[in-house]
Design a protein around this ligand. Structure first.
Ligand SMILES: NC(=O)c1ccc[n+]([C@@H]2O[C@H](COP(=O)([O-])OP(=O)(O)OC[C@H]3O[C@@H](n4cnc5c(N)ncnc54)[C@H](OP(=O)(O)O)[C@@H]3O)[C@@H](O)[C@H]2O)c1
Length: 285
């Protein structure tokens, strides 16, 4: 039985849907019992043992927005091992190296704690432009993506491809026991992204390049908490320096098929064009 933490989230619900097509029973963890199969809150230890009961596999996402997730994750992972979990697959990020403070600490400990493991390190999600991420909101509401990335490129990846890799890592007879850096098929600048959104979405979208301070102020002015606004802006500075300008062959290597392009992702996710604030799509659609 595979316990899917974050099973209601971006990658977790895709992992759950794919696992449903296998013979592996799953259990979706959520802070709201009604949204999953079991109530689970990283910050409420009383929910941990019941969530783990009978589990042999774990899909893990960190408590979102926690600067020191190891504090709650490492004791839980110890409990999971004691409870009989053999295989753990952790969603991290291409931006986080094993051993770095924060999630990097969990990343570096995972292989020592579980006999079978994998760490997924995806680049930035394509989903950020269609979901409720700040980029999606500004695209929809203001026709712009504001970033401090300059003209640097990112290997944007479809969360469905991440989920496909995750399911292989959770269920392949031979454990992966490695880190997977996961990207889409090409690295795109935010101007490239804006051009594709304009093309497929049917409304003009532009990229406005600003510096890190201006970006933090922009995010804050549009409702993000100051700490999170600063964190997001800081990540852009790393992108501007070229940190995400790469593609990997992970999706093809692990799943046997190529990753989806951003253009195809948009065709699939924006069949009626970009929604306007009032909810309508492309005129005439
Ligand atoms: N967005 C990107 O471009 C990107 C790129 C690389 C890596 N990542 C990584 O992807 C991860 C997920 O990001 P996301 O924004 O897509 O989030 P998400 O998966 O959409 O949503 C968060 C999930 O976590 C669960 N959750 C939140 N707080 C929880 C808590 N205290 N206890 C238990 N469950 C909790 C939520 O479940 P309930 O609400 O049902 O409880 C929900 O299922 C992050 O670790 C991020 O670093 C993101």
């Amino acid at each position: 039985m595979i316990l899917v933490i974050g099973g209601t989230g971006t990658t977790g619900r895709l992992v759950t849907a794919r696992l449903a097509a296998t013979t592996h029973p799953t259990r979706v963890a959520s802070r709201r019992a009604s949204a999953g199969d079991v109530r689970f809150d990283w910050y409420d230890r009383s929910t941990h043992a019941a969530a783990l009961d009978g589990a042999t596999g774990l899909y893990l996402i960190a408590p979102v927005g926690d600067a020191d997730p190891a504090q709650v994750m490492l004791p839980f992972l110890g409990l999971a091992r004691q409870a009989g979990v053999r295989r753990a697959v952790l969603l991290s990020s291409s931006a986080i190296e094993a051993g770095e403070p924060g999630l990097g600490e969990v990343q570096s400990r995972l292989g020592g704690m579980f006999p079978e493991w994998a760490v997924l390190r995806p680049s930035w999600f394509m989903e950020n432009f269609v979901g409720d991420h700040p980029h999606a909101t500004s695209t929809r509401e203001r026709g712009e993506i504001v970033s401090a990335t300059g003209d640097a490129r990112v290997g944007f990846v479809d969360p469905a491809d991440i989920a496909e890799v995750a399911v292989r890592a959770l269920t392949d007879p031979t454990p992966h026991d490695t880190e997977h850096v996961i990207t889409g098929p090409e690295a795109l600048s935010y101007a490239d992204v804006a051009a594709i959104l304009t093309d497929i979405g049917g409304r003009p979208v532009r990229h406005r390049a600003v510096d890190e301070d201006a970006l933090a102020a922009y995010h804050e002015a549009h409702g993000l908490p100051p700490d999170f606004a600063r964190l997001l802006a800081g990540l852009d500075t790393a992108i501007a320096a070229g940190a995400e300008d790469r593609t990997t062959s992970t999706v093809a290597d692990v799943t046997g098929r190529p990753p989806r392009s951003f253009r195809d992702f948009c065709r699939d996710r924006l069949p009626d064009g970009l929604p306007t604030v009032g909810g309508a799509g492309r005129p005439g659609a």
